[in-house]
Design a binder for this molecule. Sequence first.
Ligand code: SAM
Length: 244
Amino acid sequence: THFGFRTIPAAEKQGRVDEVFHRVAARYDIMNDLMSGGLHRVWKDAMISWLAPPRRGPYKVLDVAGGTGDIAFRIARRSREAQLTVCDINESMLTVGRQRAEKQGLSDRVDFALGNAQSLPFPDMSFDAYTIAFGIRNVTVIEEALSEAFRVLRPGGRFMCLEFSPVDTPVLDRIYDLYSYRVIPEIGRRIVGDPDPYQYLVESIRRFPHRETFAEMIAEAGFSRVSFRKMTGGVALLHSGWRL
Ligand code: SAM
């Protein structure tokens, strides 16, 4: 453990994750801005740029662990005829997402579906792109989520994952530790009234596979041309792959 936090056994994991997002749903978007200093917007925009959705024409995207809809809305605004499906395991997050979609006039192009990344409620080969942002580290069995991603993509479809990464650069890693274990739980305590949910998130970042290992896992699920890009000194990572 780091700074005395307990390691959470795998069996408890999904229940714990659900509790976290149920508790933070209403404040999720503001927390994202506060904790990342607005950087999550930059990373999400970089994800959409690399994905490069077509401006016109039919395009079906599944955004898994899509929460309150951030990725889906960005794609919808850029790609005028795209149909988006946000899938998340947490009804509280989806509720906030639906309200946001309505406010942004995107309800007719963005659907919200309750579902687990490890057993997606969609037929084989039904999407042109699969996105997952800050979601895959919450999944209990990552390999299962990856093979589900492969299954629902049509041949020629694109997989794209945005995730935090433990920092291994000297000096930056110390700053990152301090930020993770002192600042983040403190923001959690002040805004949500509880540091626990965010302590959990910090720990889940620690335990996520290394970027090269994760790239291998993506390839193992069947994807081709797997590559990744580091952002902000490696604090966040974008992984890409194709179902060919
Ligand atoms: N993608 C959004 C974003 O970037 O703002 C939300 C990310 S949020 C940090 C993580 C989301 O993953 C939560 O909404 C949570 O409910 C969802 N989640 C956790 N485990 C999941 C699972 N097994 N299947 C689907 N979604 C899951």
